[in-house]
Design a binder for this molecule. Structure first.
Ligand code: UT7
Length: 325
């Protein structure tokens, strides 16, 4: 018998403010709706209101995930929250979620791996569960990325949005085969030599500033296509599965062209790919759990289907997970 982590419920939260591509143009960004849609697939993005913090987004998504999972906060053993935009430099944004949920035991901490953050958090949480150290965990990806944008840099400011997605993981017993429900495996990678392809020009330990996003978009694009293909093969090989076994692709939403290239590599029709970039833009650590919550809400995933989650972000960092729904 094997311990598995099963997704008991998903939740999401998107701020009420919506900025279309034309709204950005109206704000003075030298761009067009046509350029943004053609190059990225983005039509609009949600933006946190002035008083909304990353923790507010995370709390709303967490409450929905708990409700959908049918468990209460006092049953949770911990919270792992992925974010690049914490409310404060410290403590972790996760402890604010813990307090807001009325959870007085267990642990809560943040994971920072930018756009790969949710898969890193999911992997950490999965390891707590499969080693028997936790029964129920809340895993969140939450971001207020619009706070890190330089509105004079059209090559980055049109790409990002705010939001939060969450899942509740529960311990289940499996047979140890790929027929088990739950997370079959997770695969994480990073390569610090590519740090300067995507970073913020500020930080608490350098210049004391928050900084804004700096990106060599074309280079990141090339790495994304190669690395994602590699990590997907790694995940399939580790489970002795074939690409034809995949029912759903839940990719990081950075660029629709990258998403469609992955779908083509997997020979998956686009109606088997969750694509939310048009409405959400790139929400970094929130992107994969938002896409997952979207799929669940639309009742797309059927019990026993195989889901492939993949992501690529600053670091550069990348990863994949295979989940039997
Ligand atoms: O989530 C983390 C991982 N991130 C990613 O995976 C992002 C990967 N990169 C990308 O998605 C793409 O590289 C971008 C969407 C960022 C850029 O698309 P691109 O096709 O690589 O465009 P480019 O940077 O080569 O720029 C092409 C042209 C340039 O003009 P010239 O030099 O050809 O005259 C840019 O100045 O498009 C221009 N441009 C814009 N024009 C209108 C760049 N940004 C804009 C803009 N509006 N917002």
């Amino acid at each position: 018998m094997t311990q598995r982590s099963v997704i008991l419920g998903c939740g999401h939260y998107l701020p009420r403010n919506v900025w279309t591509n034309d709204d950005l143009r109206a704000r003075g960004v030298d761009t067009t709706d046509e350029w943004i849609q053609q190059r990225t697939g983005i039509k609009q993005r949600h933006a946190a209101t002035e008083n909304e913090k990353t923790s507010d987004l995370a709390i709303a998504a967490a409450r929905m995930a708990l409700h959908n999972a049918g468990i209460t906060a006092d049953q949770l053993d911990g919270i792992v929250l992925a974010t690049t935009t914490p409310d404060c430099t410290f403590p972790a944004t996760a402890v604010k979620v813990q307090a807001a949920l009325g959870m007085t035991r267990g642990f809560a901490f943040d994971v920072q791996s930018v756009c790969s953050g949710f898969l890193y958090a999911l992997s950490v949480a999965n390891n707590f569960i499969i080693t028997g150290q936790a029964k129920h965990l809340l895993v969140i990806g939450a971001e207020t990325l619009t706070r890190l944008l330089n509105w004079h840099d059209r090559t980055t400011c049109v790409l990002f949005g705010d939001g939060a997605g969450a899942v509740v993981l529960g311990a289940a017993t499996g047979t140890g085969t790929v027929a088990d429900r739950g997370i079959l495996s997770t695969h994480l990678h990073s390569d610090g030599r590519t740090h300067d392809l995507l970073y913020t020009n500020g930080g608490p330990g350098s210049n004391g500033q928050v900084g804004t996003i700096q990106m060599e978009g074309k280079e990141v694009f090339k790495h994304a296509v190669t690395r994602l293909a590699e990590v997907v093969d790694e995940a399939l090989n580790a489970n002795h599965l074939n690409k034809s076994d995949i029912d759903w692709l839940i990719p990081h939403q950075a660029n629709e062209r990258i998403i469609l290239a992955m779908a083509e590599k997997l020979s998956l029709p686009t109606d088997r790919v969750i694509i939310t970039i048009g409405e959400h833009a790139n929400t970094s650590a929130a992107s994969v759990p938002l896409a997952l919550a979207h799929g669940q809400q639309k009742n797309k995933f059927k019990p026993g289907q195989l889901l492939l989650l993949e992501t690529m972000g600053a670091g550069l960092s990348w990863g994949a997970a295979l989940i039997r729904w």
